[in-house]
Design a protein around this ligand. Structure first.
Ligand SMILES: C[S@@+](CC[C@H](N)C(=O)[O-])C[C@H]1O[C@@H](n2cnc3c(N)ncnc32)[C@H](O)[C@@H]1O
Length: 433
């Protein structure tokens, strides 16, 4: 684009507010009838009210072209997908009929087009050169190249509004670990999806959902990359975070799919049976609460990455041969971590879950990089599983919180009283946190 490209129509040749008819027609033709444009943006210049911006861009999702409308207003970003040319036409018309001082920018390989309507109603037009020899640009191929889950769909808005990404589409250095964790968790999630398509939505619950990074990423990923209808429930006891998470869901146009609930996992209820229970770094005993609720709610699969855990650290006795090991705080911490996860896995096996423990992400992304993957379907109370559990527990002379939380269900196998288990365990878990 050069200054020679600028035209300055005389006042009176164009309407003071509406966009020139010929320019409107050109935008319509280039956006609705060609495939060589990448983005169309309307930027408003509103005195005292901040700048509002809306952009349309084509996307390729599951081999179909669709479009995304992104709105940025007073610092808030919302996105919605447009599936049909009729909806695209409506959205475009709305932008073209805008009034007031504003700019339109069309980015296209056949030549950019920039239009500015000034406060006094003058229209300034600037045109870029066509990119000679450039092949028509296909929309970003979201699922043609299998890479990281977060690169298989347009995650720009998600990453920006959750603060993982910056304004230029990059990943913030301080959030790189979280970005890697989410990608890795989504890879695990992908392999846990049911083989057969279901007629009802997939029910997912995220325990200790915090600021909803995983919850929202999983929702969009499963919808856009796997074409699944999902209902997602995020649970967190921090009401402030829950309020923010619900606002993010609204901004991403996901409020009908994702609901965040302010509740303590110790006593919260769920009115659906989850197909998938997720939990990423729910603090300390909240991981045990998530697993206990998962068993209670009949979760088919649980993917749980534990966080810090202090309960067994306090219970381990550094007497006898263990003194040399446990007198070092870091070794005590790691020993307690290993035991806690071993007990969790064994208790879930006892209740009919097949359990694997994997390193789901590289340790550079987080030191808390283990993931328990539990899938229902085995026989409960198998003798060898019970024996192994009791042997380990009695050797270390400890009582894991999860055993207490699941006491009513384990009573038959461990011979513990069934009646008081849940009440006692909830109180204990809360007290110990
Ligand atoms: C470390 S954050 C992780 C958040 C999120 N999963 C992530 O990975 O970004 C742990 C979250 O667990 C929540 N939490 C801890 N104990 C809880 C409990 N008993 N019930 C519900 N939420 C709990 C905290 O409020 C916090 O938001």
């Amino acid at each position: 684009m050069t200054s020679d490209d600028l035209q300055f129509p005389q006042d009176g040749e164009v309407s003071r507010t509406a966009l020139d008819e010929a320019l409107q027609a050109e935008f319509r033709q280039r956006i609705l009838e060609t495939t060589d444009w990448q983005r169309f943006t309307l930027a408003r210049h509103r005195r005292g009210r901040g700048a509002g911006r809306e952009s349309l861009r084509p996307l390729m999702i599951r081999d179909a072209v669709c479009w995304q409308l992104e709105r940025v207003d007073a610092g808030r970003t919302t996105v919605s997908n447009i599936a049909t040319i009729t909806e695209l036409t409506e959205a475009l018309e709305r932008l073209l009929q805008e009034t007031g001082p504003r700019e339109y920018h069309l980015q296209s390989t056949s030549g950019d087009l920039h239009v500015r309507v000034t406060r006094k109603g003058r229209t300034l037009v600037a045109r870029g050169q066509a990119q000679t020899g450039a092949a028509p640009v296909a929309p970003p191929p979201h699922d043609r190249v299998k890479r990281q889950p977060l690169t298989q769909f347009d995650a720009t808005a998600l990453l920006r509004i959750t603060g993982i990404g910056d304004a230029h589409g990059g990943i913030r250095a301080s959030m790189r670990g979280k970005y890697d964790q989410i990608n890795a968790f989504l890879r695990e999630l992908e392999t846990a999806l049911p083989d057969k398509p279901s007629e009802r939505p997939l029910e997912i619950v995220d325990c200790g959902s915090g600021l909803a990074y995983l919850t929202l990423a999983a929702t969009i990923y499963l919808q856009q990359v796997h074409g699944l209808d999902v209902r997602v429930h995020g649970i967190d006891r921090n009401a402030t975070l829950v309020g923010k998470a619900n606002a993010l869901a609204r901004d991403l146009d996901l409020a009908d799919k994702v609901t965040f609930i302010a509740a303590d996992l110790a006593d919260c209820t769920l009115d659906v049976r989850p197909d998938l229970l997720l939990s990423l770094h729910a603090c300390d005993a909240a991981t045990d609460l998530a697993l206990a609720r998962g068993v209670e709610w009949g979760a088919a699969t649980m993917l749980v990455a534990p966080c810090c855990q202090h309960d067994l650290q306090r219970q381990l006795r550094d007497s006898g041969p263990m003194r040399a090991l446990l007198r070092h705080n870091i070794l005590r911490e790691r020993q307690a971590d290993l035991l806690t996860d071993a007990f969790r896995a064994q208790l879930l096996r006892m209740l009919g879950y097949r359990v694997r423990i994997v390193e789901f992400v590289a340790p550079e992304a987080t030191a808390r990089n283990l993931l328990l993957r539990a899938t229902a379907g085995l026989a409960r109370g198998q003798g060898m599983v019970v024996e192994e559990y009791l042997a380990l527990r009695d050797f270390w002379r400890v009582t894991p919180i999860l055993e207490e939380l699941l006491a009513p269900r384990l009573g038959t196998y461990l011979g513990t009283p069934a009646a008081s288990g849940a009440e006692h365990a909830r109180g204990t878990a809360n007290g110990r946190e």
